[in-house]
Design a protein around this ligand. Structure first.
Ligand code: SF4
Ligand code: SF4
Length: 410
């Protein structure tokens, strides 16, 4: 027998959809134009993962409480099974936003799917691995459940001599958890730090005072948790008087730039830039003069930096200085095909993540790329796992690593 959820809690959770989102749920014509563009559906062919199916299932739950029949005859209960089915759909999604780019009706699906995750979270339907990740974040302020003092391990492993942790500085380098705690990304942090040192910047790290940016909390559906993390990070950065925050992580960048003002109800008193934007300016001004790499290099746009973050040209401008033989991948820029590394898909369904990343790697291999670059530690991890799983010989490098290498710093 289906288990009905408590009425008040259900009503409150379903009532959190904004007017615009309610209209969007009503507007979705289930035309399926987004379906084939969706990487999760394209690789799985599971109907429940298709964006139009998700919108229709969400609308059905909303209508049970607030639709016309609910108003005439009274609200109908939502069951745990319905929430679990919706959770299966909501988390088998990389939150890449490609459906949003495709939708002829202009549905803001990235926000809509995030709200669906919040609904699932509020009704206790979050997938077990995602719930575990959420708990580790609340306990350790990072999604890997590691101690805060390990945030600087990358500096030890890479023998970086100067690791500034100052009370005041012009610039802060916000490393981000997936760079700080994942060995495959330690050289990304080293590269950015070395470039800042090379240029003699007055810069600092937050060290143990850096908390996760809150992105995985938002992706898990825990908006309150994300707000707490945003408040902490902004306070720590403003206390140091920094004017510019640089991050090499596309997820941290998007959340700082586009979500923090919404979460905090104000803009932070510093600007946030991605490391590629910083690098582009330093290359253009002639302050850095790299030796161009001679092999074939392709660039994959991280969804959170390009489609969702608004930074598409800067990495390509950087690559003009770094690379002699640049290959533009198909499905790039605003239309980028996701690498599978986003949306907590690794926690929800790692096989699907690997299928998605193999597809993207295959596109790079078909064009003869020797090096595949990106500008996000989650993309790098996905590609590294994909290379291992498919026994590809493409070298995966973050664009900042390639820069450091061509500048003789790595
Ligand atoms: S956000 Fe990306 S993965 Fe999720 S439904 Fe849309 S296209 Fe598919
Ligand atoms: S393209 Fe837009 S209207 Fe069509 S199914 Fe997808 S979300 Fe709905």
């Amino acid at each position: 027998m289906a288990s009905k959820l408590e009425a008040g809690k259900t009503r409150e959770a379903l009532g959190r959809f904004t007017r615009r989102q309610l209209l969007e749920l009503d507007t979705c014509a289930h035309c399926a134009l987004c379906t084939e563009k969706c990487p999760a559906y394209a690789e799985s062919k599971v109907p429940n993962y298709a964006p139009g199916v998700r919108s229709s299932k969400t609308a059905r739950l909303v209508n049970k409480q607030f639709g016309l029949w609910a108003r005439l005859l009274g609200p109908r209960p939502v069951t745990a099974e319905e929430v679990s089915d919706l959770a299966e759909s909501a988390f088998n999604c990389t939150l890449c936003g490609r459906c949003m780019e495709t939708c002829p009706f202009g549905l803001q699906t990235h926000e809509l799917w995030t709200r669906v995750r919040e609904l699932v979270y509020a009704l206790g339907g979050t997938l077990p691995n995602v719930r575990m990740l959420d708990e580790m974040l609340e306990e350790n302020q990072n999604p890997y459940g590691l101690d805060a003092d390990m945030r600087l391990d990358w500096a030890d492993y890479t023998d970086l001599e100067e690791v500034p942790e100052k009370d005041r500085a012009e610039v802060a380098y916000f490393v981000g958890c997936t760079t700080a705690f994942k060995g495959a990304n330690h050289e990304v942090a080293y590269s950015i730090a070395s470039i800042l040192n090379q240029l003699g910047e007055d810069w600092t790290l937050l060290g143990e005072d850096e908390w996760c940016c809150g992105s995985p909390l938002l992706l898990a559906g825990n908006e309150e948790g994300a707000r707490e993390f945003a408040e902490h990070n902004v306070e720590a950065l403003e206390a140091r008087g920094v004017k510019t925050v640089i991050t090499g992580c596309a997820g941290c960048f998007r959340v700082f730039k586009w979500e923090y003002p919404k979460l905090l109800g104000r803009s932070p008193r510093f600007r946030i830039i991605h490391a590629v934007e910083y690098l582009r300016d330093k290359l253009a001004s002639g302050e850095l003069k790299p030796e161009p790499f001679r092999g074939k290099v392709a660039y994959h746009d991280p969804c959170e930096l390009s489609r969702l973050g608004g930074v598409i040209d800067a990495p390509r401008e950087v690559l003009k200085y770094l690379v002699g033989d640049y290959i533009e991948l198909p499905e790039h820029g605003m239309d980028v095909r996701c690498c599978g590394g986003g949306g907590l898909l690794q926690a929800a369904n790692n096989d699907l993540r690997l299928a998605i990343v193999k597809r993207r790697l295959g596109q790079a291999a078909a064009l003869g790329a020797e090096v595949l670059t990106s500008a996000c530690p989650a993309c790098k991890l996905a590609f590294v796992d994909g290379v291992r799983a498919s026994e590809s010989d493409i070298e995966v490098l973050d664009i900042m690593e390639l820069a450091a290498r061509q500048l003789g710093l790595l």
